[in-house]
Design a protein around this ligand. Structure first.
Ligand code: ADP
Ligand code: MG
Length: 539
């Protein structure tokens, strides 16, 4: 039996393949299972279009066998198999995808989930195996063939016997080395875990030593009407999105120029590392039910980083390792849609279930305010109506809209006062004038609050004004200060200023005070509270 060399380019590609295309060796199984699934899709298509070929639904499954003693892992499918020519074409030439040609000649777009397209996935087997044997039979051929290769030095093909059409791929798993424990790929639990992780939603049963491992139809591909809140909540915990019960799930199916499905969750409680650098935002990204990326950060803006879930699209152009996208145009489109959806669903929650919304806000409100501040107000339109602040009217939380709707007619500005707590703010001299006028004000008690409000600048064309600022607009109607009083007090004010040294910029008479003798105010952009925060931050 003569050994055929891989074509020159193929040899180099194979080398590259084994050493650098993929970041995780474990994906070899995803690739082989995807090929098996493609082969069965093709067989299914044949059975539907060719009367000569009977259709047995029960044949459509993928079997995986582990033989520890012989260090072999075997993947068996009942798909379309390969003729000798197809073997030469598809497995003798790297970057030759029979699946891609199949899709093209049969103009397949809908109803089939054929995954293959690049013609390299198969060779990922050499990342974990010293030797790969492919036993295959096509329904168009009497004979079966055995293809065998130990990697870069070429392959052999010989005739053999096999009863039914389909393919069996046997990997002889490498011995352990310092880098990798290849033995793991002969462990039932590890193999099961890899199947669950990448191939859970392959539509044919994947059986490991006779037991079906995959869930097949993913929840997000089912109809909303078939599913209960419990189904959604179960999926949330199965996926380890969180230990809590989600406040809300969002399930969408978009059928436009870029098709995708998304299943998103708003958690109820904050992950323990949420406000730390360790927290990684992102959604899982699937292409045709196969996991491509565990955390696609580009799918979520920072202010919605708390959202958990996934996106599945058949319209992504993947790069060759199928670990990344080739163009981010599709992803950008999906991301934009998704954030709109999240915003609208949060607004719905706010309007329909205030209590739930406030629970959500308690966990993640701070992130929304950071959002306004850290992106310099770019996304304020998107975020401002989701914000809540405690206000002086009844000490409850209000939206900015509610505040504006409740302003007395003669009030021109949205007032706020910053401080440690509502109780402390109430006792401060700055708020006296507003209280006397019956103007409500917002209590800003979190560090980020005043920064976010400053970034908003206005809401519904109403300016925000600090009650500790030098222009509250509350003194406007007051008479000019008594000239005599000013003259009388000049010496005293100068003495006070001198005594306070550099601690204050100026000491003035004021008519804003009622019960208190004195009040600190600020001039310019930074309030006293903000300065305190900035000074306490590490350089
Ligand atoms: P891709 O799946 O991207 O086409 P692969 O390297 O994974 O590339 O596979 C190359 C080709 O080999 C496939 O397109 C297909 O034609 C053929 N092939 C691989 N595995 C099987 C299989 N189990 N049954 C039938 N054909 C297969
Ligand atoms: Mg493939």
């Amino acid at each position: 039996m003569t050994k055929k060399a891989f074509q020159a380019e193929s040899r180099r590609l194979l080398d590259l393949m084994i050493h650098s295309i993929y970041t995780h060796r474990e994906i070899f199984l995803r690739e082989l299972i995807s090929n098996a699934s493609d082969a069965m899709d093709k067989m299914y298509y044949r059975a539907l279009t060719d009367d000569q070929i009977p259709f047995h639904k029960d044949d459509y499954l993928i079997d995986i066998h582990i033989d520890k003693e012989n260090r072999s892992l075997r993947i068996v499918d009942h798909g379309i198999g390969m003729t000798k020519e197809e073997l030469e074409e598809n497995l003798g030439t790297i970057a030759k995808s029979g699946s891609q040609s199949f899709k093209e000649t049969n103009e397949i777009r809908d109803g089939y989930d054929i995954i293959g397209q690049f013609g390299v996935g198969f060779y990922s087997a050499f990342m974990v195996a010293d030797k790969v044997t492919v036993l295959t039979k096509s329904p168009d051929s009497e004979t079966a063939y055995r293809w065998e290769s130990e990697g870069t030095d070429g392959y052999t093909i010989e005739e053999t016997h096999k009863d039914a059409h389909g393919t069996e791929i046997t990997l002889i798993i490498k011995e352990n080395d310092e880098e990798e424990s290849y033995d793991d790929y002969l462990e039932n639990d590890r193999i099961r875990q890899i199947i669950k992780k990448y191939s859970d939603f392959i539509r044919y049963p994947i059986r490991l030593e006779e037991e079906t491992v995959n869930s097949m139809v993913p929840i997000w591909r089912k109809n909303k009407s078939e599913l209960t809140t419990e189904d959604y909540n179960n999926f949330y915990s199965e996926k380890h999105y969180g230990f809590d019960e989600p406040i809300k799930y969002i399930h969408t199916n978009v059928d436009g120029s870029i098709r995708y499905r998304a299943l998103l969750y708003i958690p109820e409680s904050r992950p323990f590392d949420y406000y730390t650098r360790d927290y990684e935002k992102g959604l899982e990204l699937y292409s045709n039910g196969v996991l491509i990326m565990e955390k696609s950060a580009d799918l979520l803006p920072d202010h919605f980083s708390f959202v958990k879930g996934l996106v599945d699209s058949e319209d992504l152009s993947l790069n060759i390792s199928r670990e990344m996208l080739q163009h981010d145009r599709q992803l950008k489109f999906i991301a934009k849609n998704i954030r709109n959806k999240i915003k609208n669903e949060l607004l719905n929650l706010l309007n329909e279930n205030r209590e739930r919304y406030e629970a959500f806000y308690d966990a993640f409100g701070r992130q929304l305010k950071y959002g306004v501040y850290t992106d310099y107000g770019v996304n304020k339109e998107e975020i401002q109506d989701l914000l809540l602040f405690q206000w002086s009217k009844d000490k409850k939380l209000v939206t900015l809209k509610e505040y504006v709707e409740n302003m007395p007619e003669d009030q021109s500005y949205i007032y706020y006062a910053a401080g440690e707590s509502a109780e402390k703010i109430d006792k401060s001299p700055q708020v006296e004038a507003a209280v006397e006028k019956g103007y409500p004000f917002l209590y800003l008690t979190e560090e980020v609050d005043e920064f976010a409000i400053n970034m908003l600048g206005t809401y519904e064309e109403k300016e925000f004004r600090s009650l500790a600022g030098n222009d509250t607009g509350l003194e406007s109607e007051e008479k000019e200060l008594d000239k005599d009083l000013e003259e009388e007090s000049a010496d005293m004010l100068a003495a006070m200023k001198e005594h306070l040294n550099d601690k204050v910029q100026d000491v003035r008479l004021s008519k804003r005070l009622r019960k208190h003798p004195v009040c600190l105010i600020f001039e310019g952009e930074l309030s006293i509270e903000m300065e305190k925060i900035l000074r306490s931050m590490p350089e």
